[in-house]
Structure formats: structure tokens, C-alpha cells
Design a protein around this ligand. Structure first.
Ligand code: ZN
Ligand code: ZN
Length: 268
């Protein structure tokens, strides 16, 4: 309608967003499935897969935007119907703004990386849409046509960056990256505080998968301690940790002091 490369790039990006949101929705439904024989640790990691696919889609959109911007740069054309174009863009921007607030809030509350990623992505889109509307307004006011493909190219750079960011942040989850150092520190503190009766805890490892975080460590107890007594210590540690972090999946390996083999930094 407006023949503007900048508006076209914004529209292309929105189209990809719809596809990305559909992928995210399918991923969230799949992730909600309970563990089964094939996936005894649950299906949460599918959300990271989905975010990587979304990132690839977004990068394809960026390449299409660059192509269109280049074409418009070579053959500049006057922008038509600017008021209607800006109004359509403004309505879409307001809708997007309201929606991204909802997505970010629920993404945080439900600890869903796919949902939160969608929300943050949409927030950045709202900012670019405002920038594009101002830019197209300037093109119309000044008659400086090359600004239009330049705006489109800038949008392409932003879209490329957001796709790359989405991929890199999800690869961490696929690679079993550790949680934030503050979370690991808190877990070590809680283990140290709640392991009365045990001698040492070591080889503590954590990895996160969607809304779940897996924790495992070795607990050294006196060799003469009964199985029942050492299990009671484990239960107490697990209870303390889950009280603070309900999404923790905990495995504790108990060993007698004379057999203790240590690889990591001791916790106790
Ligand atoms: Zn048990
Ligand atoms: Zn050990």
C-alpha cells in the first residue's frame, strides 16, 4: 500500500513472528507431557529446540529484508498513502505492546524460555516499529528517498541480531549449561546447612532443562551409619532444597568416608 521498504521489512518480520509463535505453542504443549518410557526425564527441552528453529526462521526473514532493501536502494520509489500506512503500523504496534507484556509476565511466572523469548522479541519489535514509523514520516516530510531502504536495512540488522541471540541462548539449554552462579551458590549453601550428620558433599553438578533444574552430588557419611540414617539425611536435604526451589530434580549418591572419591570442590 505504501511501497515503503521499511514498512515491508516490519511486515515481513511480523509474519515470521506468527510462524514462530505457532512453533512456540506446539513446543509448550509438547513440553507439558509427563515423562514416559522414551523420555524418562520429561519433555521440557523441546522448548529449546523450538527457540532454535524460531531463531533460524528469523534469520531467513532478515536475509529477505536485506534483499528487499538492496532492491529499493537501487531503484528508489516515492512512498504513497503514508497516513494510512502509519495508522496501520500504529494499531499493530499497540496490539503488540499489550501482548508482549502478557507474554513476558507468563513466561517468567511459568519459567518457560519459549514464552519469555517470544515476549522479549515482541517488545523489541514494538521499539523498531515506532522507529520505522518515525523514519517513514521523515521520508515523506523531507522527500529523501534513500532513507527508506536504509531504515529497512537497519531493521534487517536488528532482526538478524535477535535471531542469533535466540539461537545462542537456547543452545546453552541444549548443551546442559549450568544455572546462574547465584543459583549454584544458593544450592551449595542450602546443602551445607541441611546435611547435619554427614561428613562431606562433593561432585555437585547442576544443569537446567526448561522449567526443571537437575542437581546431583555425592554425600559422604560415616561408614558405620545405617542406610536408614543416611537416607533420613538425604530426605532432609531434599526437603530443604525443594522448599526453596520447587523445580529441582535431586539425585544424591551416598558413600562411606573410607570409600569417598572426590573430584569436585567440597560443599561441606
Ligand atoms: Zn529416598
Ligand atoms: Zn564421591
Amino acid at each position: 500500500m505504501t511501497r515503503s521498504a521499511a514498512f515491508y521489512s516490519d511486515a515481513l518480520e511480523s509474519t515470521v513472528n506468527v510462524a514462530a509463535a505457532m512453533i512456540a505453542m506446539a513446543a509448550i504443549r509438547f513440553a507439558a507431557r509427563p515423562p514416559d518410557a522414551n523420555h524418562p526425564y520429561g519433555h521440557d527441552k523441546v522448548e529449546f529446540f523450538a527457540a532454535v528453529i524460531e531463531g533460524v526462521l528469523i534469520i531467513v526473514a532478515a536475509l529477505l529484508i536485506f534483499e528487499h532493501a538492496w532492491e529499493t536502494w537501487l531503484t528508489p520509489r516515492a512512498i504513497g498513502l503514508p497516513i494510512q500506512g502509519i495508522v496501520v503500523n500504529a494499531v499493530a504496534t499497540v496490539l503488540n505492546g499489550a501482548w508482549c507484556a502478557v507474554l513476558i509476565r507468563y513466561g517468567k511466572r511459568l519459567r518457560s524460555p519459549a514464552l519469555a523469548a517470544d515476549g522479549w522479541h515482541l517488545l523489541a519489535d514494538v521499539v523498531t516499529s515506532v522507529g520505522i514509523a518515525i523514519g517513514v514520516g521523515l521520508v515523506v516530510l523531507t522527500g529523501y528517498l534513500p532513507l527508506d531502504p536504509l531504515l529497512a536495512a537497519a531493521t534487517g540488522v536488528y532482526v538478524l541480531w535477535s535471531g542469533a541471540h535466540m539461537i545462542s541462548s537456547s543452545v546453552g539449554g541444549l548443551m546442559d549449561a549450568a544455572p546462574q552462579p547465584a543459583v549454584v551458590h544458593r544450592v551449595r549453601e542450602l546443602v551445607a546447612d541441611s546435611a547435619a550428620g554427614a561428613i562431606e558433599a562433593h561432585d555437585l553438578r547442576m544443569r537446567h532443562a526448561g522449567k526443571l533444574t537437575f542437581l546431583e552430588f555425592h554425600l559422604v557419611v560415616p561408614g558405620s551409619m545405617t542406610v536408614a540414617a543416611s537416607h533420613a539425611i538425604c530426605d532432609h536435604i531434599e526437603e530443604t532444597l525443594r522448599h526453596d526451589m520447587p523445580h529441582l530434580m535431586i539425585t544424591i549418591h551416598v558413600e562411606p568416608e573410607e570409600k569417598a572419591k572426590q573430584h569436585g570442590v567440597p560443599v561441606l
